[in-house]
Design a protein around this ligand. Structure first.
Ligand SMILES: *Cc1c(COP(=O)(O)O)cnc(C)c1O
Length: 450
């Protein structure tokens, strides 16, 4: 059979509220044209993020009931730590409330003024935490990774020549670690090859510098390696995952992605002394090292989620269903970042709205137009989010895990085709109010009337 079905059935349903165009217009106006500020109830299909929006399984909910809420040394912590060690090989497993908490702790310890931290592409919170520490965050993705049309199979790869040049230019003492994001969220959810990871490791070894993963989507990245990298097709995804983690000295993980939970994060560290320091910072702001700002039930759900995400039937469904959306859009003449990524489809807003210049935020304009037309919420990933560091003007349609059916995705496709047909009527935007950092979450916009 060619049809790939959802490898689960629905046990609990959550009703969706249908809204009228007038209601959506009012909601958008009230939110200052910022989709982060719209009540979720007024959204029909919510593709804002795949973070923490997945559906937990019956086994995860069973784990929630089993959760041990002891303050210290809870059974749930040991189950969580053992599962993470089994999958990643890391002995030191620190739970945190989400990915950015892991980042904040790590960069408080290794960041600081005059330091430079390279990555393929830093995620927004990673960049913000590095900059908050006083360090500089650099994006060194390969050139193909910046070209929305390149069909390179591993567009998330880090440019090894640029990394070598960076070590030559600034010197290893200013580079506390090299990070690689798998899959590369800000670069279109594109995977990084094993070969590239080995290449980064080699350069790090030559300069005696630690290598870290931003491993939020480690399972999706490993499955892409299995599908696309020479010599990997017969290996179990689990074995590829292990090879990825064996290469590095540490990792930050948001369990809200491939952990398939609604809240949770992990910090993995190889170095014992650094781990002790990290646990001290953890106690200060997150909690005791065996719960890290979470409830025992959250640790149970994470342990189970990290196991389920490695099921290859699940991964096949996940990668294929995301590609389905991307391929249908491409055949309707809507440009996306090619090839489709793991967790999301990225619309090329600059191509969609050629009449709107970068300074008028074509991504923001497109995201608002899609909401207005059909109640679908996507996320601008471009000049609003990254300012002048943005290399592309994109709208991300992130697919929550195990949540939407194929007919709901068909609705998204139809809506986008209709918006595309009347794209010339969409207007550019200007910012009327913004905070000093991470402005995309709270900035307010107005349409530019011309
Ligand atoms: C989501 C994400 C983070 C941050 O995780 P949070 O749980 O949202 O704090 C960091 N890096 C990448 C690549 C992500 O996708």
């Amino acid at each position: 059979m060619k049809t790939i079905i959802e490898p689960f059935r629905i046990k609990v349903v959550e009703p969706l509220k249908l809204t009228t165009r007038a209601e959506r217009e009012a909601a958008l106006h009230k939110a200052g044209m910022n989709l982060f500020l719209i009540p979720a109830e007024d959204v029909l299909i919510d593709l804002l993020t795949d973070s923490g929006t997945g559906a937990m399984s019956s086994e995860q909910w069973a784990g929630v009931m089993r959760g041990d809420e002891s303050y210290a040394g809870a059974r749930s912590y040991f189950r969580f730590a053992a599962k993470l060690e089994e999958i990643t090989g890391f002995e030191h497993v620190i739970p945190t409330h989400q990915g950015r908490a892991s980042e904040r702790i790590l960069f408080e310890l290794v960041g600081g003024p005059n330091k430079v931290i390279p990555n393929n592409n830093h995620f927004d919170t990673t960049r913000a935490n590095i900059e908050h520490s006083g360090a500089e965050a650099l994006d060194l993705v390969i050139e193909e990774g910046r070209d929305p049309r390149s069909r390179h199979p591993f567009k998330g790869n880090l440019d090894l020549d640029k990394l070598e040049a960076l070590f030559r230019d600034v010197g290893a003492d200013r580079i506390p670690l090299v990070m690689v994001t798998v899959t590369n969220n800000s670069g279109g959810g594109q995977p990084v090859s094993l070969e590239n990871l080995h290449g980064v490791r080699k350069i790090c070894d030559a300069h005696d510098t630690p290598m870290y993963l931003d491993a939020c989507r480690f399972a999706e990245n490993a499955y892409f390696i299995k599908l696309r990298e020479e010599g990997q097709s017969r290996r179990a995804t689990r074995a590829i995952v292990r090879e990825m983690f064996d290469l590095v000295d540490g990792a930050t993980i948001s369990a809200k992605k491939d952990g398939i939970v609604n809240i949770g994060g992990v910090l993995l560290l190889r170095d014992e002394a650094l781990c002790r320091e990290a646990r001290n910072v953890l106690i200060l702001t997150e909690g005791f090292p065996t719960y890290g700002g979470l409830a025992g039930r959250d640790l149970e759900a994470m342990a189970q989620g990290f196991e389920e995400v490695l099921d290859e039937d699940y991964l096949n469904y996940r990668i294929r269903s995301t590609a389905y959306l991307g391929e249908k859009l491409l055949s309707a003449g809507i440009q996306i970042v090619e090839p489709p990524g793991g967790h999301a489809i990225y619309l090329d807003a600059a191509n969609f709205l050629p009449h709107i210049p970068t300074e008028q935020f074509p991504g923001q304009a497109l995201a608002c137009a899609l909401y207005l037309h059909a109640g679908i919420r996507g996320c601008e990933i471009g000049s609003v989010m990254f300012g002048e560091a943005a290399s592309m003007e994109l709208v991300r349609l992130a697919i929550p895990r195990r949540v939407y059916t194929q007919s709901q995705i068909d609705y998204v496709i139809e809506a986008l085709v209709e918006v595309h047909q009347k794209r010339s009527s969409i207007k550019g935007m200007q910012i009327v109010e913004q905070p000093p950092t991470l402005r995309h979450f709270t900035a307010r916009f107005a349409e530019i009337s011309c």
